[in-house]
Design a protein around this ligand. Structure first.
Ligand code: OOG
Ligand code: NI
Length: 445
């Protein structure tokens, strides 16, 4: 009756609008997406079985929309309004990431769809960081930064009005949704004029380049978008041939027969000209492009093994060597689906095969037995979240080598949730529920 658009449809409009805006603002991102498409096409051609598998899972259409982005905000009020804005697009805060351990003065969550259906429609997520001003050790500068942030409004009046309207009427029709997307986009647009003079910018930047990035602008510019690649190693290797400078290392686990979690790499943030409000010209380095390749979501046990092996492997300064070393260290991590399942290292989605439909599971029959008889199929659940060590690596690669170690602030999830105005969801609980629901649907208790 109300003709409201679904939140999935609004999220898709929004991610498309963001992608268009960012490709215009950062042409090198457009070049990266072209390279990704070329490599994806080649990979699909070379691996027809992969193409069939993706087509069967209805993933081929999802391939080109598989994107995430990232933003950084300065105040609790900004974070809480963002939560309400993203809710309209079916994106909820999932997970808590403490990056202060890695010398980055922020903590973060991911706004993302949470249901199977919504993830299938469009998995677009936004990695959202809140600056921790309390980690600035200079009192006067901290107060100055807080004043500057208090004086700005990163949301347009139109955006605020549409958020309120959505909350009152429970949805937005097509016209309202289109306006909402346009208004919301303004929050993430780049501004080449800073809100501060050059001296203030320099002072904040000397504390930490990230602080200047969050505090000195009118909005919280989107700092990267991330398409999905089917062959991250190849895109990393080919970036220079397209005039793109990749970061040193691919983050995350090594290449495997059964991919796990998330592998990511990016090109280095570009140095862009800005104008300070005292008229002085300068440059600012914040925006880049990234690619991702996702694999199986791990159980707490699998994740503990991943974290241990990753720490053991350490990091390197040459990607090929690093990947070889990672592969050697990760030989301890089982690399076939059956082992991952039997050792409860990864989450799985179960479905009945045709013969399983004809001869449904009976009480007392085990999952292993049903799988062996070909009545049940198991498929790893895709990891939909982020990795703090990888995220820190991405941040660091854009902060230059001079980034100072922070007094390692304690993880402060309670502070973050207070600022957000809501708890963040536990990603492990979401995966566990997805697995459990699939078993229930198969008639397995
Ligand atoms: C976010 C960096 C983290 C990822 O994909 O892990 C990130 C940022 O630079 O604001 O995007
Ligand atoms: Ni990212």
């Amino acid at each position: 009756m109300d003709n409201f658009l679904t939140s999935d449809a609004i999220r898709t409009l929004f991610s498309q609008a963001m992608s268009n805006m960012y490709q215009q603002e950062v042409p090198q991102y457009g070049t990266l997406t072209q390279l990704v498409t070329a490599v994806n096409d080649r990979t699909l051609e070379a691996h027809p079985e992969l193409k069939n598998r993706l087509a069967a899972a209805d993933e081929l259409s999802r391939l080109s929309v598989e994107r995430h982005g990232a933003i950084r905000v300065g105040t609790a009020a900004e974070l809480s309004t963002l939560r309400q804005m993203f809710a309209i697009m079916g994106m909820e805060p999932v997970g808590y990431y403490d990056l202060s351990q890695a010398g980055v003065p922020v903590h973060s969550t991911a706004f993302r769809p949470v249901t199977d259906r919504a993830l299938r429609r469009n998995p677009f997520r936004v990695f959202t960081s809140l600056l921790r001003l309390e980690l600035i050790d200079d009192d006067a500068l901290r107060a100055r930064a807080a004043d500057i942030l208090a004086a700005r409004d990163i949301f347009t009046p139109g955006c605020r009005a549409l958020i309120a309207q959505h909350q009152q009427q429970g949805g937005l029709n097509a016209t309202e949704a289109a306006r909402f997307v346009q208004e919301a986009l303004e929050t993430f647009r780049w501004h080449a004029h800073t809100t501060v003079d050059s001296a203030t910018y320099r002072a904040l930047s000397q504390q930490h380049r990230l602080i200047a990035d969050v505090v000195c602008f009118r909005g919280c510019h989107i700092n990267h978008l991330t398409p999905r690649t089917l062959d991250i190693d190849r895109v990393q290797a080919l970036m220079p041939s397209r005039g793109i400078e990749p970061k040193m290392l691919i983050e995350g686990p090594p290449q495997r027969a059964v991919p796990i979690l998330l592998r990511q790499t990016s090109f280095k943030a570009l140095e862009e000209t800005v104008q300070f409000n005292d008229g002085a010209p300068g440059t600012h380095t914040a925006r880049f492009g990234e690619i991702e390749q996702r694999g199986a979501a791990l159980t707490p046990k699998g994740r503990a093994l991943y974290d241990r092996l990753l720490a053991e492997a350490g990091s390197g300064s040459d990607n090929q060597q690093h990947q070889q070393h990672l592969s050697a260290v990760f030989s301890e991590f089982p690399d076939d689906e059956q082992a991952l399942r039997e050792q409860e290292l990864a989450w799985f989605r179960y479905r009945l095969t045709e013969s399983g439909e004809q001869q449904p599971p009976r009480a007392g029959e085990s999952i292993a037995q049903l799988l062996a008889e070909g009545r049940l199929q198991a498929e790893p659940i895709v990891y939909e979240d982020f990795l703090p060590v990888s995220a820190a690596g991405i941040f660091q690669s854009n902060l230059g080598s001079e980034s100072q170690a922070r007094s390692a602030g304690n993880a402060s999830r309670a502070d973050f949730e207070a600022a957000l105005g809501a708890p963040v969801q536990d990603e492990m609980a979401l995966y566990q529920q997805t697995q459990q629901r699939s078993l229930t649907r198969c008639g397995i208790a």
